[in-house]
Design a protein around this ligand. Structure first.
Ligand SMILES: Nc1ncnc2c1ncn2[C@@H]1O[C@H](COP(=O)(O)OP(=O)(O)O)[C@@H](O)[C@H]1O
Ligand SMILES: [Mg+2]
Length: 411
């Protein structure tokens, strides 16, 4: 026998039975054959888009509802089958699914649309108008229908305004052979009101709201996926209902329910246990929270990390109330040590607002009597977590032992 240091770990994977039958099924990207509790939504979208099979341009459709209510999966499910049926009768239906978290500029949208109609354009560089013209003429070179699903439309709109949306809603009047239908999706319930009225009315010729799932519905969704994803008997009683109940606590977010179940099982598997129990689900809630914080903190620009570290340093000090003034003092000192150019107090305040939107600090405006108003700041995540994650950064490492006491005494 070899005595490789990894043998003990790898042997466990080889010899002990796996919890997962098919791990892929439990990932958010998987499209299952059945989508429990979305019959109405599937029928609705199916009827609306189905007219394409009869050569009628489907109305533009607006789908909205909170995250994890199944908007993306239902759109993928319906368009995937529509494409199959269209192909079987020789109809040209093209579907382009754009996720505006990534495709967030007019140029990117148009470049992607060029891609689906077979027009090649460079990643950047051309004037957007030219890209639009090239897309339009290639599209119109034959009889075909293009369905554009614009997922998380609010992200595109927020970053780039409604130029391209406006162009797309008007495009059909310029086309002779081809046609375009739009399916717009947003998680932001109030977003529609912020659209220009002309764009809004053409985008939502039909609309549908996705309601949050309740705990019972989430249980059905999880059970369906669990049958395909796990080996028989590995989930102990109560695991699925606990994941469903936890996800239903805020609102019925199916993504959260699914993540809890998958991560709980991953934890059990990593510990070489044969069953997934409620304890693993509890651990999974902590793990998911930690991962989210990690993702947020790791990807911050360096100046924002230094601002975050200033808040951390003050939380560790004996100060009871942390104000933006205190933060700026510490921030300036940290910049000296790390040899970064300090930005203005105003910019620091706006970075604090960003951190607050990301959910890692709390900011609260308080009245200081005759001294006017100030903003009170505190960490909203565990300081230990912040330390572990931020100290990985080479700038922050230099100030990992910085203490603010000497600065505060001069007050
Ligand atoms: N009815 C359902 N049946 C099976 N899985 C579902 C269902 N609804 C949502 N999901 C799963 O939950 C996750 C979130 O759904 P998604 O469609 O991305 O939500 P939204 O786009 O509304 O935020 C996805 O992984 C999806 O597979
Ligand atoms: Mg979605």
């Amino acid at each position: 026998m070899s005595d490789h240091p990894l043998d003990a770990i790898f042997d466990r994977y080889i010899t002990s039975p796996s919890i997962f039958k098919n791990h892929e099924v439990l990932r958010p990207s998987h499209i299952p054959d059945k989508l429990p509790h979305r019959d109405y939504e599937i029928q609705f979208l199916g009827k609306a888009l189905g007219s394409a099979l009869r050569n009628n341009r489907p109305s533009n459709i607006f789908l909205y509802g909170k995250t994890g209510t199944g908007k993306t999966i239902v759109s993928k499910y319906v368009t995937k089958y529509l494409r199959q049926r269209a192909a079987s009768i020789g109809k040209n239906i093209i579907v382009s699914l754009l996720n505006c978290v990534e495709v967030d500029t007019d140029y990117r949208v148009l470049a992607r649309l060029c891609g689906v109609v077979g027009e090649s354009v460079p990643f950047t560089g051309l004037p957007t108008d030219e890209v639009f013209q090239r897309f339009k003429s290639k599209l119109d070179s034959k009889k075909q229908l293009l369905i554009v699903v614009i997922d998380e439309l609010d992200k595109l709109h927020h970053k780039s305004g409604d130029n391209v949306l406006y162009q797309l809603t008007r495009i059909n009047s310029d086309l002779k052979k081809a046609q375009v239908s739009l399916v717009c999706i947003t998680n932001d319930l109030s977003f529609k009101e912020t659209l220009d009225p002309r764009v809004r009315s053409s985008l939502s010729e039909e609309e549908l709201v996705f309601r949050p799932y309740n705990a019972g519905q989430l249980e059905d969704i999880l059970s369906e996926r669990a049958t395909e994803g796990f080996n028989d008997g590995v989930l102990t009683t109560g695991v699925i209902s606990l994941c469903a109940a936890l996800a239903a606590q805020e609102w019925g977010d199916a993504r959260r329910a699914l993540d809890l179940l998958r991560v709980a099982a991953e934890i059990a598997e990593r510990n070489s246990e044969e069953n997934v129990s409620e304890i693993h689900v509890r651990k999974a809630t902590k793990q998911i929270e930690k991962n989210t914080i990690q993702e947020v903190l790791v990807s911050l620009p360096v100046q924002t990390k230094v601002v975050m570290w200033s808040v951390y340093v003050l939380e560790k000090s004996k100060l009871k109330v942390i104000t933006t003034g205190d933060i700026y003092k510490v921030y300036q000192e940290l910049c000296k040590i790390t040899a970064l150019d300090p930005i203005t107090p105003r910019r620091v305040n706006s970075l604090l607002n960003e951190l607050s939107m990301l959910g890692v600090v709390n900011t609260k405006v308080v009245s200081m009597g005759r001294y006017g108003r100030t903003t009170k700041v505190s960490l909203s995540v565990s300081p230990r977590e912040v330390r572990n994650i931020l100290c990985e950064d080479f700038h922050i490492k230099k100030v990992s032992d910085f203490s603010a006491e000497h600065l505060l005494e001069t007050n």
